[in-house]
Design a binder for this molecule. Sequence first.
Ligand code: ZN
Ligand code: ZN
Ligand code: ZN
Length: 186
Amino acid sequence: MRIAAMPMLLPPGTATPSLAGMAPTSATIARPHDHAHHHGAALAEAAQAALEARGEQWTALRASVFDVLRRLERPASAYDVTEQLSTVQGRRVAANSVYRILDLFVASNLAQRIESANAYIANPHPGCRHDCMFLVCDRCGQATHVDDDAVTGRVREAAQRAGFLPERPVIEVHGQCAECSAATPV
Ligand SMILES: [Zn+2]
Ligand SMILES: [Zn+2]
Ligand SMILES: [Zn+2]
């Protein structure tokens, strides 16, 4: 005589099993916060606050480099940032100084380096860190900044499943921006 396997039923009122062991890791999910993109003078203030919170000084030269970055319409090379800064200052600014400041800004979340374009742009949210993604237009050079922690969290999880310790996902999508694709009939 066979005994049919019975589905396990919990009697009414029984507590559901604990989900504690299935909780997502805090490393992959950003804490809820007021995510704001700053512009203009408010962006410079937010950048200064973020830099000073790291114990770094907001020097006149650093402020000027940031001003150039935040006025850019599209990411610019370190060389172009140096050229623009020299024009604004009316004197030659040493490229090495600018490069060091750009490195500091990237490390401090004040600026981002678009790796595939070898270019820099101000970070509109210097106060909070995300794995920012960029949509890079191959026609006009615009880089659209996209934050989606769900997407980048999946990338980090995939890396961790492969036994890899992900430090910085770089997600840059090349193509055509809305303006350029609208201007070019298919
Ligand atoms: Zn944020
Ligand atoms: Zn971002
Ligand atoms: Zn474009």
